[in-house]
Ligand binder design. Structure first.
Ligand SMILES: Nc1ncnc2c1ncn2[C@@H]1O[C@H](COP(=O)(O)OP(=O)(O)OP(=O)(O)O)[C@@H](O)[C@H]1O
Ligand SMILES: CC(C)(CO)[C@@H](O)C(=O)[O-]
Ligand code: BAL
Length: 282
């Protein structure tokens, strides 16, 4: 596996592959890799001849400076994992490589549709402008045919698809299943911050989602939501930001049980760590 730090080196290395292969895949990450990330690499390898993984902790998508400062950066471990997973190239730029005028902000404001401002967009204002800004830069650097993202960041996939539509980019966006620990907790780089008690308490998030998935067809919507929120509010050390059952495209809450695609989404602070999770229903 080759490690590349600059956009110009990346473009030069990938150039011969553009002619020689039919698909180049990109898996964008912020590092601190776990089996959720490795599942994206495996799916990318099964669907493309060349797989590029990027590791970049993007400052413009963080709304809490403490969250950015304490974001884990175990680079040697990440490189070992990607090598073992058979990734071809890892792109690890510096902040000034991606944002030459940093810390002076670059202009970036695109129309991502009304779903930008709900859920994560409400609790992390400007987050999806930062996410789409860096993903566009990564797309420009790699020119992939296809890019793989986790369903764990459900709203993020939607926002990236809207960004791709906005610029009419010839890039396929693939959403990949959520990988969970054996007890149901969604894998996340931020899980490393959970204390022993937090780790136990965090289980209520996937349990509440599973309760909703199991009972979606059986209980009234209002009762489902009340029960799921109650489960979370009754758990010590867990502070709920939102629990919603929403249309999978607009992310607006559904008003009654629907036949179409519906998703339950949750975000909560567990101890000092904010976690998100979701489950498709129906
Ligand atoms: N458990 C998981 N299953 C599948 N994909 C995942 C999982 N966790 C993260 N991903 C995906 O990996 C990609 C990179 O995510 P990222 O590096 O932010 O990791 P993360 O675990 O989501 O970290 P955090 O949520 O703590 O920032 C994203 O597309 C994300 O959705
Ligand atoms: C897509 C992404 C790599 C952009 O920084 C990040 O939001 C993430 O890891 O999900
Ligand atoms: N996986 C989403 C990136 C973030 O929380 O900023």
């Amino acid at each position: 596996m080759e490690i590349i730090h600059t956009i110009s080196a990346l473009k030069a290395i990938l150039k011969p592959f553009k002619q020689a292969v039919s698909k180049i895949a990109l898996v964008p990450t912020m590092g601190a890799l776990h089996n959720g990330h490795l599942s994206l690499i495996a799916i990318a390898k099964a669907n493309a001849e060349v797989v590029v993984c990027s590791i970049f902790v993007n400052p413009t998508q963080f709304t809490d400076p403490k969250d950015l400062e304490k974001y884990p950066r175990p680079l040697a471990h990440d490189i070992k994992m990607l090598t073992e997973a058979g990734c071809d190239f890892v792109f690890m730029p510096t902040v000034t490589e991606m944002y030459p005028s940093f810390p002076t902000p670059e202009n970036w404001l695109i129309d991502l549709g009304p779903a930008e401002f709900v859920l994560e967009g409400e609790f992390r204002k400007g987050h999806y402008q930062g996410v789409t800004q860096i993903v566009k830069k990564l797309f420009d650097a790699v020119s992939p045919d296809v890019a793989f993202f986790g369903q764990k960041d459900f709203q993020q996939v939607l926002m990236i698809k809207n960004m791709v539509r906005h610029f009419n980019l010839p890039i396929e966006i693939v959403s990949c299943p959520i990988i969970r620990e054996d007890d149901g907790l969604a894998m996340s780089s931020r899980n490393i911050h959970l204390s022993h008690d937090d780790r136990m308490n965090a289980l209520v998030l996937s349990k509440a989602l599973k309760f909703v998935a199991d009972n979606y067809k059986k209980l009234k919507l209002k009762d489902l939501l009340t029960e799921a929120k109650q489960m979370i509010n009754d758990t010590n050390g867990v502070e709920l930001d939102y629990f919603t059952i929403a249309h999978d495209d607009t992310l607006l809450p559904i008003e009654h049980e629907e036949k179409g695609s519906v998703v339950a989404l949750v975000a909560a602070k567990v101890g000092e760590t904010r976690l998100i999770d979701n489950m498709l229903l129906g």
